[in-house]
Structure formats: C-alpha cells, structure tokens
Design a protein around this ligand. Structure first.
Ligand SMILES: NC(=O)c1ccc[n+]([C@@H]2O[C@H](COP(=O)([O-])OP(=O)(O)OC[C@H]3O[C@@H](n4cnc5c(N)ncnc54)[C@H](OP(=O)(O)O)[C@@H]3O)[C@@H](O)[C@H]2O)c1
Length: 314
C-alpha cells in the first residue's frame, strides 16, 4: 500500500484528511514510537493522539525521525490531537495547544479537537475526583472552549479545528455560535454501532466524521466480538481479506474515516490494506444487521454532567 493510494476527504475549509488513520489510545511507552515509525513506513500519513493519552512525546519522536531521515515531509502528514476536559476554560486552550505541540515537536497540528463536550475541574489532574471517587466537573460551556479553539487557528497552531463525542443538539448549538466552523466530529462508529443518523446529520452540516474504536475494541472481554461474526467471516473469505479489513472497508464505504489502533506490525499492514476491493450493496446490508447498536465507549462516570452527550438518541 503506498500512501498515494489512501484517498482523502475534503473539509469545509478546503483542507483535506487521509481517509484512514492510526489510533494510539493505550499505545503505551515503548510501543507507540515503534508502531508510529512502522506505520509511516507502511503508508500511514494520519496519526490520531490526544493530550489525555500521554504519548504525544513518543509520537513526536517517531515523526521527527521519519521527517529527518527523509521518509516523509511534515506536509505529507496529518496529525490530530485533542484538548482534555480539565482545560476547557477559554484562556487555557491556547496554552494547552502549545503544550501538545511542544510534546509532539511540531509547529502546528492539522486538527485540534475538543475531546469531550463536558469539562472537569481545572488543574493538572486529568481525572479529578472527590474523596468518594466521584469526578469533579466544571460547568464551563463548550462554546467558551470553542473561542479558544478558534484562537489556535488564528495563531497558526492548528490548521483545522473540530469536536469529538458531540451529539447533534450540541453540534447545532456550536454551529450557530462558531465563527470558525468545526470541520470534523470524532465519534465511535463500528460494525456494532453504526451511527447512521449522526453521520447523516454531520454530512448536512458539512462536518466530516472520524470513526473511533472502528474495530469495536476486539480484545474487550465484556462484548461480543463482531470480528468473529460468521456473516463477516463469510464476506472476508470471498475477498481473501480478514474480518478486520471487511469491518474497516465497511466504515470507509459508510463515508467515515476509521482510525484503528494497533501496535502489532502485521495488523498495522493489514488495517491499511482496504483500498483494493469494494463491498456490494447486499454485503453492506448484511453487515448493517450485525450490530446491536449499543456503544462501547460510554464514559458513564460523567453521565450526570449537564453536557454529557449520550443521554439522547444521537
Ligand atoms: N475521541 C475519543 O473519545 C476516542 C475514544 C476512543 C478511541 N479514540 C481513538 O480511536 C482509536 C481507535 O479506537 P480504539 O483503540 O478504542 O479501538 P479499536 O481500534 O477498535 O481496537 C483496538 C484493538 O484492536 C486490536 N487490533 C488492531 N488491529 C487488529 C486486527 N487487524 N485484528 C484484530 N485485532 C486488531 C488492537 O490490538 P494491538 O494493538 O495489540 O494490535 C487493540 O487491542 C484510539 O486508539 C484513539 O486514537 C478516540
């Protein structure tokens, strides 16, 4: 797979993003640097991280090495990071963006996202809790956070800005207030939870959708693993592909951008090798019926927050 064959999607601001990226949540120290280098060597140009993942420095090391040794230029790469919930105050956004840039060793990120619509108590703690273990919230309005995000664009720190885990009502509210519009919403989308209403809604708003947990976190012991579903396996045999490749291709054909995470070399190669076949409409319909339409990522500890996004349908 050469990088040139990964298609791109155009944002409403004219910039574009490769239609497959590398996820890095829980890609821990020691693993992630090697994984990112191997991914870049094998055609990945889009890397997804977040301040919360605490791996920006290692990812930055990998990027810097691949630029220095001439494998890629900075302009070839598309790097996303996200502001965490404990920094939602408008005046915290630019300093936090600069902190992520320093970690990554970059002058700008391609996409800066608000990780969640709800905020936590401001400070250094990523998950600030009271003595009973209850999360401490802040009620900072994400519209204020957005003003800080817009400043990141004006200062050239972020080429594009967007959101993550926002529901349709929150998007409507943000679109009405934003001077610089969000170009992307990163949400859970996988075979189990297909999010068709939200994808359609975002499309109408000119907002692209990135699909997180695109493989449904197959190692999760509490869930049915859709990669083992016999309907997916039958389709996989037809194309001489794996269930993971069929699942990622399905998401690609849904119009979203999957960002599968792996630190395993064989899987990194496998997950990008999805652009040389096409599922038929009948196969798409078959896969549509596999999931129970329940999300994996719920962040229930925050469900009492006034900006918790998952209490409504989409
Ligand atoms: N915005 C948000 O709130 C949010 C939330 C969740 C995730 N994300 C982003 O989305 C990315 C992906 O989501 P995720 O990490 O939750 O889940 P995922 O990508 O659906 O699943 C990752 C798991 O699948 C395994 N895997 C990877 N390729 C495979 C293959 N071909 N066959 C079988 N197993 C495979 C990985 O194992 P190995 O690594 O051991 O190979 C890892 O255990 C994250 O890493 C993060 O960047 C964002």
């Amino acid at each position: 797979m050469s990088a040139a064959t990964v298609p791109k999607v155009k944002f409403s601001n004219g910039r574009s993003m490769p239609r497959l990226g590398l996820g890095t949540y829980e890609s821990l120290a020691g693993n992630v640097e090697r994984a990112v280098k191997y991914a870049i060597d094998n055609g990945y140009r889009h890397i997804d991280t977040a301040f919360f993942y605490q791996n920006e420095k290692e990812i930055g090391n990998a990027i810097s090495e691949k630029i220095k040794n001439g494998t890629v230029t900075r302009e070839d790469l598309f790097i996303t990071t996200k502001i965490w919930n404990n920094s939602h105050a408008q005046d915290k956004v630019v300093p936090m963006c600069r902190k992520s840039l320093a970690n990554l060793g970059l002058d700008y990120v391609d996409l800066y996202l608000i990780h969640w619509p709800f905020g936590f108590q401001e400070g250094d703690e990523l998950m600030p809790k009271d003595s009973n273990g209850k999360l401490l919230f802040s009620d900072i309005d994400f519209l204020d956070t957005w003003k800080g995000m817009e400043e990141c664009v004006r200062l050239g720190l972020a080429r594009s800005i967007g959101i993550s885990n926002f529901n349709s009502a929150q998007i409507t509210r943000l679109m009405a207030a934003a001077t610089i519009k969000p170009v992307n919403n990163q949400v859970e989308v996988n075979v189990n939870f297909t999010q068709r209403p939200l994808i359609e809604f975002c499309k109408q708003q000119n907002i692209t959708v990135t699909a997180y947990s695109p493989l449904g976190r197959p190692g999760n012991p509490n869930r049915v693993n859709t990669l083992d579903d016999p309907r997916i396996q039958t389709i996989a045999r037809k194309y001489n592909k794996t269930s993971a490749q069929i699942s990622l291709r399905y998401l690609y054909q849904l119009g979203v951008t999957p960002i599968p995470k792996s630190v395993t070399e064989s899987r990194l190669k496998e997950n990008i090798d999805i652009f040389n076949f096409e599922l038929t409409p009948e196969e798409v319909t078959t896969i549509d019926a596999v999931g129970d339409q329940k999300r994996i990522v719920r962040f229930e500890e925050a469900k009492e927050h006034k900006y918790y996004p998952f209490s409504t349908t989409f």
